[in-house]
Design a protein around this ligand. Structure first.
Ligand code: GLY
Length: 341
């Protein structure tokens, strides 16, 4: 079993990574907790949802939320709040989110909101959740007006990444996780490809933990975790979410590399490294689907949450990956035209 600490001052917590890691869940719950509200989804195996059901002295209730982005809503939060009220959940108690990124985002936001904040522990059952969503305390839900518009930073008290959950993960969800994982290959000089999957996941968690501890509320450095995401977010909207997030990130990483080349920040060999990781190692799509046009993608990229001054990208370069504000439209259009051709 591997253990990674997310070293946020006063609120540091452990992430346990490994096969059978869910067996450690009981030890991650706050000692004073008497009630556990498990938030999960239909289809998550009982070996992950029921693990604390028989712990003596704990009253455990399991609440299932809907599947899909539409269920990541304030209505779901309201239903959970009513369930917490009926259960008599207090500030001494704990919410446990068991599932992929959507579940842990919702469970985290419910925990952040209930009685103005109670502890939450996540059991991440998807690769994307393990390397990204369950770590770092971003929680929230969607509005009809956009994704993740309502939320809070609310750090968990512990996270479990049980690799046994990956054995039954649908292929598309696995691909989405690999899309997020691919970005970590370019955030440090580590050779992630030389690592076995458990070590690689733990290293991704460690990289994210270090970035989050340095900039919990995304005042600067945390935005590096959005490498590949500027085009990815635009692609998700332009395809009406036909492209899932991790699939779009994989394509966004290749575009970020090609834009880096266009701007003279990196050379062709570095772009080839991006292609090797994304397509060669992870077998992910590198090109967007047909039918998209430069104008609408550029206009969507202007709406990116990171954009404070014109177009904003996270770009690779001689100083490593960094956030670049105010990128000129001309090179972006030129790289994008070639990319879509
Ligand atoms: N998913 C990026 C972050 O947690 O900041």
């Amino acid at each position: 079993m591997r253990r990674v600490t997310v070293p946020i001052p006063d609120r540091s917590y452990e992430v346990v990574v490994g096969s059978g890691a869910v067996g450690e869940l009981a030890d991650l719950l706050p000692e004073r907790a008497r009630r556990v509200a498990v938030v999960t989804q239909p289809g998550i195996p009982a070996q992950f949802t029921d693990v604390v059901a028989h712990v003596p002295g704990l009253e455990v209730e399991v609440f299932e939320i809907g599947v899909g982005e539409a269920a990541k809503s304030l209505a779901t939060i309201e239903t959970l709040m009513s369930s917490f009220a009926r259960m008599g959940l207090t500030r001494n108690d704990v919410v446990v989110g068991v599932g992929g990124g959507m579940v842990t985002d919702v469970a985290g936001f419910a925990a952040a909101s209930w009685h103005r904040g109670i502890p939450v522990v996540h059991v991440s059952t998807s690769l994307l959740g393990m390397v990204d969503a369950a770590i770092g305390g971003k929680t929230g839900v969607n509005l009809p007006e956009g994704k993740n518009l309502v939320g809070a930073f609310w750090q968990p008290s512990g996270v479990v990444c049980d690799l046994d959950a990956l054995a039954t993960l649908p292929a598309r969800e696995m691909r989405c996780g690999l899309g997020e994982m691919a970005k970590y290959h370019f955030l440090t000089g580590d050779d992630l490809l030389a690592m076995e999957l458990d070590e690689r996941i733990a290293r991704c968690v460690e990289i994210k933990a270090e970035v989050v501890a340095a900039d919990e509320r995304e005042g600067g450095r945390r935005a590096l975790l959005n490498y590949g995401h500027t085009l990815a977010h635009a692609l998700e909207i332009a395809t009406d979410h036909e492209l899932a997030h991790g699939e779009a990130v994989a394509i966004g990483l290749i575009f970020a590399a090609e834009l880096g080349l266009e701007l003279g920040r990196i050379d062709e060999a570095r772009v080839a490294e991006h292609r090797h990781v994304v397509a060669g190692e992870y077998d992910l799509m590198m090109r967007p689907p047909d039918g998209l046009d430069v104008d609408s993608l550029v206009s969507l990229m202007h709406r990116d949450k990171k954009a404070l001054d014109g177009l904003t990208f996270v770009l690779d370069g001689s100083n490593g990956v960094e956030v670049v504000q105010g990128v000129d439209e001309a090179p972006v259009r030129s790289a994008l035209s070639r990319f879509l051709a």
